[in-house]
Design a protein around this ligand. Structure first.
Ligand code: GAR
Length: 200
């Protein structure tokens, strides 16, 4: 059994999609060992507790990055986590954190990276006027939204889109490809050449 540690900051819909996939047998041989939120008020915290999952709040407010990351890694180790999934976790990880889990930290981002990293990716895409956007699951390195890309999915940007309608279209794809990417990584069916993740 592979043990997932899921890090959230907010709504937690990607976390829920992963939990649903596990419950439905779409991610075989995996379980959620711990859900960690850096925000006590995150809606995902309530959801995780309701689902009976081991849920830990480690507030990040006022702590420097390294101090905070050490607390999170301690919790991940305590729960013997094999794979860390950032699911709307709105904090940059320190180089030290990333070094503790080489190729074992995934993130989902609501744009076709390297376009529109950082906050409000869907707003950035609309403002820029792109005709296609989407989402990316990638390995995490110490830079913002920058590690090797595992999977992407594209969606059209429509004339009458608002941030809300575009975000909803992208989110549906996020939920789909995150499960797929977790399966790829857990099964080890990939190799890395430079920045390229080659699915085998
Ligand atoms: C998702 O759209 C995720 O891709 C994005 O935050 C949202 C979290 O929603 N993440 C980032 O922008 C990371 N840079 P959720 O809490 O419902 O999963």
């Amino acid at each position: 059994m592979k043990r997932l540690g899921i890090l959230i900051s907010g709504r937690g819909s990607n976390f829920e999609a992963i939990a649903d996939s596990i419950d439905a047998g779409r991610i075989p041989n995996a379980e959620i060992a711990v859900v960690i939120s850096n925000r006590p008020e995150a809606r995902g915290v309530e959801t995780a507790r309701r689902r009976g999952l081991n849920t830990v709040v480690i507030p990040s407010k006022g702590l420097d990055r390294e101090t905070y990351d050490r607390m999170v890694v301690e919790e991940l180790r305590k729960n013997q986590v094999d794979l860390v999934c950032l699911a709307g976790f709105m904090r940059l990880l320190s180089a030290w954190f990333v070094e503790q889990y080489p190729l074992k930290i995934l993130n989902i981002h609501p744009s076709l990276l390297p376009s529109f990293p950082g906050l409000d990716a869907q707003h950035q895409a609309l403002e820029h006027g792109v005709k296609v956007s989407g989402c990316t699951v990638h390995f995490v390195d110490a830079c913002l939204d920058s590690g090797p890309i595992i999977l992407q999915a594209a969606v059209p940007v429509l004339n009458d889109d608002t941030v809300e309608t575009l975000s909803a279209r992208i989110l549906k794809e996020e939920h789909r490809i995150y499960t797929e990417a977790i399966n790829i990584v857990l099964s080890g069916k990939f190799r890395i050449e430079g920045r390229r993740v080659i699915l085998t």
